[in-house]
Structures are given as C-alpha cells and as structure tokens.
Design a protein around this ligand. Structure first.
Ligand code: NDP
Length: 263
C-alpha cells in the first residue's frame, strides 16, 4: 500500500534512538524527509546521516532540549529554514520515572510536565501554522499505556502522559478545521536498546540472563507474552500520520499486545 508520504516532511522528537529512530526510518522508507530532534548532538547527527545513506531522503539531525521553550523554538526555526515547513510532527521524546508522590520534589514534576506536555504544546504552536499553510498535516503524540493503566512506581510519568492524552484530544478538536489531524498512540512493552540495557543491569546479580528477565516482564504484563518490536510500532505510527488514515483524528490507539486490561 502506498502511504502517500513521498516528499512530505516529518519532525520526530527523540528521533536518535529507540522508537523515535524507528519511526523516522519508517517515514524515510516511504520517501518522506525527516528532522530528528534530541539533546545528544553526535548521536542525532549520526542517526540522520544513517537515514540519508540508507533511504536517500533528506534527513536533518537537530540538537535541542524540547523540554525548554528555547529548544522548541530552535527546532521550529530549523524545520522552517531547512525544509520551508513541515507536514507531520511526532511528539515522541520522553522518559520513564521512578519515585513516590510523597518524596518527589516539585522540580521533578515540572521537568516531566515540560518534557511530556509543554514540548507538544510549544511545537504544535510553532509547527501547526506551517502545516496549515501546506494544506494540512498530522500530529501524533506518543504517550504510553501508563496514561490509562498506571505502573505504580512511576506516578510522575503516569500523570504527565495522561495529561498528554487530554492535550491531544483538545488539539484534535481545535486543529481539524485547519486540516490537521491529531492522534495518540499508547504503546505497551516495546523492545528498545534502553530496555535491553536495563535488563542487563537488573540480571547482573542473577547469572546475567537478561533475555529471561525480559521474558518474565512480558509474561507478567502482556497476554501476547513478548515485547513488541520498534518496527511493529513504527509502521502503525507512520500509517496514522499518512493520508491513508485521513478520517482518523482525536483517537487513542493501544499498541500493546493486549496489555490494556479494560475495554
Ligand atoms: P529512549 O530512551 O530509547 O529514547 C528517548 C529519545 O528521546 C532519545 O532520542 C533521547 O535523546 C530523546 N530525548 C529525551 N529527552 C529529550 C529532551 N528533553 N529533548 C529532546 N530529546 C529528548 O526512549 P523510547 O524509544 O523507549 O521511548 C520513546 C517514547 O515512547 C517515550 O515518550 C516513552 O515514554 C514512550 N514509550 C516507550 C515504551 C517502551 O516500552 N519503550 C512504552 C510506552 C511508551 P537524547 O537523550 O539525546 O536527548
């Protein structure tokens, strides 16, 4: 199926590794040009170079912290200058947490709010008008199953991802008159390099069976009894951003191997 993405321009935050890199590669495979944003300059530039070499599209690696107003402004500016505008924004940059409500300081709440919510607000404010000028576009927010089914060790993550879900719904209603669709994906367990690193660390003291550790996590949480691959999620995300999903807006999609326990 041709997704109709050739020569579109997609911004992917957190595009240097893991899910974001997989999404950027999936866009590039469809002939879209991509702008990857992440803080580590060397890694994001190398990721963009790898995409250009593999798929022959224009790929820009832009170093910035999207949890700050300045970082978002620099990304918006870079997108406008490099490509003359954008068609797609994937708000993917994010990270897990580990705390109790009683112990987490205000600063931690603020930092996660800025990363998971304000980045999406600020980037939409800057990029949605560019999309409208090009006849419309798509915004996809990567939240988490934790937005609706919390893991109790990470309340700050759960709450800020739930806020992203509500933001997404509000954006969808406000932006559709401008031809911009806004949706959310809630992934479950997706096997990224970071999960593998964590599994190796946690299994060090028990013989180093990190694959066994990951299997135990999958067995506990996901009826499908395995992690999803980055590619399985990325293909779905890219479809949602494509004209093939033209009637889909304001919706939330779980990509979680059955992990969500409610209907
Ligand atoms: P990774 O930790 O592998 O990658 C995170 C990416 O975001 C990196 O490119 C990182 O680069 C970038 N990033 C982090 N903070 C910032 C920042 N302040 N500004 C700019 N870039 C930033 O994460 P995953 O691929 O696992 O996860 C991606 C998203 O998917 C996250 O939002 C996560 O919550 C969500 N998710 C993941 C699941 C999973 O099982 N993996 C499940 C459910 C949701 P750098 O450090 O250089 O800035």
């Amino acid at each position: 199926m041709d997704l109709g993405l050739a020569d579109k321009v997609a911004v992917v935050t957190g595009g240097s590794v893991g899910i974001g890199l997989g999404v950027a590669r999936a866009f590039a495979r469809e002939g879209a040009h991509v702008i990857l944003a992440a803080r580590d300059r060397d890694r994001v530039v190398a990721a963009a170079r790898g995409i250009t070499e593999e798929f022959g599209v224009n790929a820009l690696g832009h170093a910035c912290d999207v949890a700050t107003a300045e970082g978002c402004a620099s990304l918006i500016d870079a997108a406008g200058r490099a490509f003359g505008g954008v068609d797609i924004l994937v708000n993917n940059a994010g990270t897990g947490s580990n705390e109790t409500i009683l112990e987490a300081p205000d600063e931690k709440w603020q930092a996660y709010w800025d990363l998971h919510v304000m980045a999406a607000v600020r980037l939409a404010r800057g990029l949605a008008p560019m999309m409208a000028d090009r006849g419309g576009g798509a915004i996809l927010n990567n939240a988490s199953i934790c937005a609706v089914q919390p893991l109790w060790y990470e309340p700050v993550y759960n709450v800020t991802k739930a806020a992203l879900l509500m933001l997404s719904k509000n954006m969808a209603t406000e932006f559709i008159p401008r031809g911009i669709r806004v949706n959310t994906v809630n992934p479950g367990l997706i096997l990224t390099p970071d999960w593998i690193k964590t599994a190796k660390q946690l299994s060090e003291g028990t013989g180093g069976d990190w694959e066994g550790y990951l299997q135990s996590v999958a067995d506990e949480h996901a009826p499908i009894r395995r992690f999803g691959t980055v590619e399985e999620l990325a293909d779905f995300m890219v479809f949602l951003c494509s004209p093939r999903a033209s009637y889909v807006t304001g919706s939330v999609h779980h990509v979680d191997g059955g992990m969500l326990r409610s209907i």
